[in-house]
Design a protein around this ligand. Structure first.
Ligand code: SAH
Length: 458
């Protein structure tokens, strides 16, 4: 097909059936076999599409009309859904979302992993898939001189101003609105990322579900934060559950949210939450799962797959503040956690102490460097648990895991594509998986979490 002229033309309209959904939630229509990606179109639908861009192998189209709607089509409840780049599946029923996510995991397992006989279980979803996020990271900017706060439009740096975000907790909306209101009143400037000017870049909020406590982090371009006292007063009055207000200073011209310096403006430097009875302190910069209800489901699955009897030596790599490690420690002889962010390891050690867990040891470092060293020192794990970021594990990490010859490797992943790639690498080194359990940590978005266990053959 690559040498042929594409069978579609820009600006022409076509009627076609939607065959599939891409990993980022666009419908795929085939026009004479030529794939065209159409935002908001759903599998099974017949749609009218205007082609807006044609490449050699594929094109992009705009949805003009849904001719025959999918029974799974839903009315998006969010008033800014069409403009905001935060969610991309509100137009699909929740059951439909779970079904598509299962298919997505199945597809990468076959395509990238080469696993045709692996069982991908139905996605473990939520009963109420709204208002679940315990963390908001909201960009602040200005539009025609007026301060705005909201998420970016898709593939852009234009902020879509919002009053509420239906996937985050109401208290988090309240904080964003108070900060916006106060900045407007006192003329505190929002950040302009083109000119690299202004004061407030982001407001980041974390909420501990079990206590209701909130941490607010105001990310500023410079050290100075005008009307600091007014901000503190307004936030704490409007949302009494706020127990911590921090300032993070990020002077760089960058998309990265946080800078290196964090100071406490008011209250505590951490917030406390509990997962399944274990208490965790969380600092501004540490990783913490964003969906508290589903975190329990996810961790339980990882624990079940680890299948501990009490005598095992376990490694928990990419351990963050030691959440999974401390659960494992209750059922293992000893757990070794490794994590690259030093502040998270400080939290992990504090968390172990506060929960009187003394069979967990934590180390700061890159997993791919520390694991070979642990191996050379004779550390001999029975079970390894990994929970890497989206890019998955480095090859050195996978090789080090296999060289340690644990009986089981439990892999928790927020990106099924890198999970499939890494499982393939481990399969080549003698590890075998029978099943994958996806867990929906991110309803209304296309993201999906998945857990598996691989056993050593022979
Ligand atoms: N298991 C934890 C954290 C998972 S997120 C939890 O459930 O809360 C992934 C973690 O990996 C983050 O804390 C991140 O800081 C850490 N990380 C990223 N790259 C790493 C590397 N190369 N080595 C060790 N840790 C890393």
């Amino acid at each position: 097909m690559s040498n042929q002229k594409p069978p579609v033309q820009k600006n022409e309209t076509y009627r076609a059936c939607v065959a599939d959904l891409t990993h980022d939630g666009a419908g795929v229509v085939k026009i004479e076999g030529f794939p065209v990606f159409v935002k908001r179109a759903l599998p099974g639908e017949t749609v009218d599409v205007k082609v807006i861009k044609v490449k050699k192998q594929y094109g992009f189209g705009k949805l003009l009309k849904v001719h025959e709607a999918s029974p799974e089509r839903a009315e998006p409840p969010c008033p800014i859904y069409d403009r905001c780049g935060g969610c991309s599946l509100q137009h699909l029923s929740y059951a439909g979302q779970l079904h598509e996510k299962q298919k997505q995991v199945e597809s990468v397992m076959a395509r990238i992993g080469g696993f045709d006989h692996l069982q991908v279980h139905p996605v473990n979803g939520m009963t109420d898939p709204w208002r679940y996020r315990n963390k908001s990271q909201v960009p602040i900017g200005e539009e025609r001189g007026k301060i705005v706060a909201g998420f970016y439009a898709e593939r852009s740096h234009t902020i879509v101003d919002m009053d509420a975000c239906l996937i985050q907790h109401e208290d988090q909306d309240r904080v964003v609105n108070v900060v916006k209101e106060l900045a407007r009143q006192h003329g505190i400037r929002g950040y302009d990322d083109h000119k690299h000017k202004g004061t407030l870049r982001h407001v980041v909020i974390r909420r501990a579900k079990t206590t209701g406590d909130l941490m607010v982090v105001l990310v500023t371009k410079d050290q100075s934060l005008p009307h600091k006292e007014h901000l503190i007063q307004a936030i704490t009055e409007a949302v009494p559950n706020v127990t911590s207000i921090m300032q993070n200073i990020n002077p760089k011209r960058t998309n990265v949210i946080f800078g290196d310096q964090t100071v406490c403006l008011w209250g505590e430097e951490t917030i406390k939450d509990r997962i399944k009875g274990i208490e965790f302190v969380i600092s501004a910069r540490s990783f913490y799962q964003v969906n508290p209800d589903q975190t329990e489901v996810l961790y339980q699955q990882a624990l079940d797959y680890a299948d501990l009897s009490g005598s095992e030596t376990v490694i928990d790599a990419y351990c963050g503040i030691g959440t999974i490690s401390l659960f494992l420690a209750q059922k293992a002889r000893h757990v070794y956690g490794v994590e690259s962010v030093a502040a998270a390891i400080d939290d992990a050690r504090r968390n172990a102490k506060a929960n009187h867990i003394d069979n967990a040891t934590f180390a700061v470092g890159e997993a791919e460097s520390l694991m070979p060293w642990w191996h050379s020192q004779g550390l001999d794990p029975d079970v390894i648990v990994v929970d890497p970021p989206r890019k998955g594990c480095e090859t050195e990490m996978l090789d080090a895991m296999a060289a340690m010859k644990p009986n089981r490797i439990v892999y928790v992943s927020c990106n099924p594509a890198t999970l499939a790639r890494d499982m393939k690498h481990l399969a080549e080194q003698g590890y075998h998986a029978k099943e994958v359990q996806p867990v929906d940590m991110f309803p209304q978005t296309t993201h999906v979490e998945a857990v598996t266990v691989m056993y050593r053959e022979g």
